[in-house]
Design a protein around this ligand. Structure first.
Ligand code: SAH
Length: 477
């Protein structure tokens, strides 16, 4: 595990305490309720291997001190903080996960600064304005009752109501998850820091949530992929109802996540797996490939395919290189050894982990990402060469065009795509589906020039003769 870096960022009216941990693309975590940076520690353990996690204390919470206590706090101030924090750390669009008030902050961020957010998972945003009349009135009444309970009975009373209203079920938690410091029963003994944060939440954040109105038009116009999410265990609760309504309003589907309103805290392992799948749009077959990499699959020969080695030696592989469906990374490492800037993507996290290990062992600088080639356009990067050894023949008919369009988005005009796939001349049915030359031509018929499709061979771990293949050279026009 990579170490955690701790820092503060001065923003107007406050200083934000934040932590950075892990490696890979940035994932900003926007906690719900009175959760500070530590609230995501559990789930962070499952995500830090593939993301650089940014977690922070919202202003007013724990260690993020305010210059002075404001008369009224606005949700927009929180989203401005998130905007500034991201801007201080990266110029690239980031992954953002927000839960409850954090989801509202994420939505406001995506509406105002869509260029900063690649994908937003908005988990149970309490946007009561989205609910139909009677339900909305009910939600707002509950909200007032929580405030009232806080005034009359103090924190324990408010917490009990809040948990019941939002669908928090403390008994639905993974075995190694500790009971949170503040629960309806534990409130009197809670640590001073958590208690102070909860007080701040109830007096400042909860009213800010109540005053906030979503900017649906901007959200619809944003390039950000917005994924409303709801708990599997909070079906009747209002925040989850808001997530479902938000999905309708945005013309998308709500995705169900494990657990209730605080599933990311109480069921971190299952929640992390779902979050990764959603962020990276992992296709169903990723799990099958993951399993195949627990052994040595037939294609994983531990060195580059001779066909690709010959391309490298003849100088055809050049510039920034992307290997789509890179497996355990031999072709990426080959390009990197040539001194090229090389990236490998694969949806099988197990393959990427092996590839990263090889790069470390061999002392080669190369980048590996768990990423879906069918959505590689969302990387927002440009390459001169794309390699594909054994990926194209994995796709179903309907996916081929999507793949070609995505490659078109990341390949510079004049750049080249080299593809090795199983050939229709290979007898029998063992192994992947066979591809004909005509099918290759038909897929790359718009915005492409097919320069050559030559008979070639795949080397495999089983059988000395390998398998019959096509090597296609295709230029992006
Ligand atoms: N190029 C590697 C692996 C070929 S096997 C080699 O030559 O050894 C095909 C690879 O594509 C597998 O690792 C599989 O996990 C990956 N894959 C399948 N669908 C994918 C997709 N949609 N996006 C990225 N990788 C995918």
């Amino acid at each position: 595990m990579n170490g955690t870096k701790v820092d503060t960022l001065k923003v107007p009216g406050a200083s934000l305490y934040y932590t950075v941990r892990g490696a890979g693309p940035i994932l900003l975590m926007l906690q719900g309720g009175a959760g500070d940076a530590e609230a995501s520690n559990g789930i962070a353990g499952y995500l830090a291997g593939s993301y650089t996690l940014i977690m922070y204390d919202r202003r007013g919470m724990s260690r993020s001190k305010l210059d002075e206590i404001p008369e009224a706090l606005w949700l927009e101030t929180h989203s401005d903080d998130a905007h500034r924090l991201l801007a201080a750390l990266t110029t690239e669009p980031a992954f953002v996960f927000g839960s409850s008030i954090g989801a509202l902050i994420g939505l406001d961020l995506a509406a105002r600064h869509p260029e900063q957010v690649r994908v937003l998972v908005a988990h149970e945003p309490p946007a009561y304005e989205l609910l139909p009349g009677a339900e909305r009135t009910q939600a707002e009444r509950t909200h007032d009752e929580i405030q009232e309970a806080y005034r009359r009975e103090g924190m324990a009373g408010a917490m009990k109501k809040l948990a019941a209203a939002s669908g928090v079920d403390f008994s639905d938690r993974e075995p190694d998850v500790q009971m949170p410091a503040i629960t309806p029963d534990a409130a009197p003994e809670a640590t001073a820091r958590r208690a102070a944060s909860m007080t701040f939440f109830l007096t400042h954040d909860a009213p800010a949530v109540r005053r906030y109105t979503l900017d649906i038009a901007s959200l619809k116009a944003a390039p950000t992929r917005i994924v409303p999410a709801g708990g599997s265990n909070s079906r009747e609760a209002q925040p989850r109802r808001c997530a479902a309504t938000l999905a309708d309003r945005l013309g998308t589907e709500m995705v169900e996540f494990p657990g209730g309103h605080t599933g990311y805290v109480l069921r971190p392992r299952a929640f992390a797996a779902k979050l990764r799948a959603v962020l990276e749009m992992r296709p169903p077959r990723a799990e099958e490939f993951d399993i195949s990499y627990t052994g040595t699959p037939a294609w994983d020969i531990g060195r580059p395919q001779p066909v690709f080695l010959a391309l490298a030696e003849s100088g055809e592989i050049r510039g920034r290189v992307l290997d789509a469906g890179c497996g355990t990374g031999e072709h990426v490492l080959m390009a990197a050894r040539l001194g090229l800037d090389a990236t490998g993507i694969d949806t099988a996290a197990a393959a990427i982990a092996i590839a990263e290990g090889k790069a470390r062992d061999r002392g080669v600088a190369a980048r590996f990402l768990v990423w879906n080639s069918l959505h590689v356009a969302s990387l927002n990067e440009q390459f001169d060469t794309v390699l594909d050894s054994g990926l194209f023949h994995v796709f179903e008919d309907g996916e081929r065009r999507t793949y070609a369009d995505n490659l078109k988005a990341v390949l510079r005009p004049g750049g080249r795509y080299y593809m090795l796939c199983f050939s229709d001349r290979q007898p029998g049915h063992v192994g992947p589906r066979r591809v004909t030359r005509d099918e290759i031509r038909a897929t790359f018929d718009n915005g492409w020039r097919v320069d050559s499709i030559e008979p070639a061979k795949f080397e495999i771990t089983i059988g000395a003769n390998g398998a019959l293949a096509w090597l296609a050279r295709i230029t992006r026009t």
